[in-house]
Design a protein around this ligand. Structure first.
Ligand SMILES: N[C@@H](CCC(=O)N[C@@H](CS)C(=O)NCC(=O)O)C(=O)O
Length: 98
């Protein structure tokens, strides 16, 4: 299965929601807790094209974005194919929401 990574902090409702959505789908993920980890956080920001909020979710090479983006992908029927193949969805180059 494709590698799924999620940057989180402990007190983050959006992180919990994202993890629940992934878990409901039976997806295993690597959680990177950047709470109190300034170096980890700046690594996340660099990797996430400047986005500073948690969660930041990566599916294989694809930067999905935050929970809203994950949810929108799922609603659009694009999350399962992405999880299955790890390729970028057709509109992956669009500007993600904040
Ligand atoms: N729209 C974003 C909202 C994410 C968000 O606001 N996350 C909060 C924590 S739950 C955050 O990162 N706040 C700033 C911070 O913790 O530094 C998403 O769906 O992921």
């Amino acid at each position: 299965m494709i590698q799924v990574e999620i940057y989180t902090t402990r007190s983050c409702a959006y992180c919990l929601a994202a993890k629940r959505l992934l878990s409901r789908k039976g997806v295993e993920f690597i959680e990177i807790d950047v709470g109190g980890d300034a170096k980890g956080r700046s690594g996340m920001v660099a990797r996430a094209n400047g986005r500073m909020t948690v969660p930041q979710i990566f599916i294989g090479p694809t930067h999905v974005g935050g929970y809203d983006d994950l949810y929108a992908l799922d609603r659009a029927g694009q999350l399962d194919p992405l999880l299955a193949r790890g390729a970028a969805p057709a509109d992956a180059d669009k500007e993600p929401s904040a």
